[in-house]
Design a binder for this molecule. Sequence first.
Ligand code: NAI
Ligand code: MG
Length: 355
Amino acid sequence: MVKRIAVLPGDGIGREVMDGAVRVLKAVSDCFGHDFKYTEGLIGGAAIDAAGTPLPKATLDVCKESDAILLGAVGGPKWADVSPNIRPEKGLLAIRKALGLFANLRPVTAYSQLINASPLKKEIIENVDLLIVRELTGGIYFGEPSERRGKNKEIAVDTLLYDKEEVHRIVEKAFQFAQARSKKLTSVDKANVLESSRMWREVVDAVSAGYPDVKVEHMLVDSAAMKLIQSPEDFDVIVTENMFGDILSDEASIIAGSLGMLPSASLRSDNVGLYEPVHGSAPDIAGENKANPLAMMLSAAMMLRHSFQMEKEALAVENAVSAVLNEGCHTADLNIPSGHCVGTDEMIQKVVEHI
Ligand code: NAI
Ligand code: MG
């Protein structure tokens, strides 16, 4: 059966790393005999330049007709002065919201080959393999009102709002992942201060009744931030609301040695998903063949796994990435004194050859 994939390269290094994802998927479809159909769309700054909006209707239509979406990255200094409601990043928020992609998965793995690329001690990170499940379409990033008030706009308001159903669906997803992994779930909140967090806890406790073999712990976000660096291997699946998840997942990225290694998926209940690297458009290195394409390629592997149920194929990509790292091959962002530093294009070629 044909799988339709929307390809949204975006801005900066987005296009360079997207090239890696598409080449890797072509290798997968050749080896495993699949039929993937790619349709490109504009998003972010590129879309503002061409169509005056960060998410043109044509792009949204392509996404709605696809089984999965690959996204590079959006934004950059070129669009620093556009009005706030058409910023490149708005395109990303809008697509998540329009497609109802409420479950953001961010796996963090400490690759043994990169163990010295992290500023954290080897003993602390060597066994880390965790999954952050972040709520993506609610909370303070979307709550209304969000505005300035007062005669001189001296008051600023944002609203942290959740309804029970929004919490329920993300918590349910997290329990499913915990069940399939090591049966341990940490729910992160700020229940000592926030009403929304107290409701979050109620929902977690209610859902947990349906998963008697999953061990659940509640943790306050400040404490979680500390433990994530102190003893990250104690975590398996972490579930949390939008803003806490945003912050904790960037913190956890330090474990993997570089932002250039971190993939992500944003899913809804029917397994349609958007897959993108955690990093941004890296304007400082854009166009220089320096970007690490592995996060984008590993995002494509997540697409194979979560949207297409192609586990063997996903593993083929992940194993190819690991094999290339085993050869000592790395891009400049990975702080590895020994080994062989290559550009984006050569890195992509190596992974493709391994597949
Ligand atoms: P960034 O993630 O683009 O870059 C941070 C640092 O990491 C830079 O030094 C960059 O060179 C490096 N880096 C990032 N990805 C890399 C890769 N694959 N290989 C090698 N080095 C890599 O974050 P920054 O600089 O804060 O934001 C730049 C632009 O990207 C902004 O406009 C921001 O709004 C946007 N952004 C977009 C995101 C998205 O599309 N999901 C996420 C984060 C930022
Ligand atoms: Mg972030």
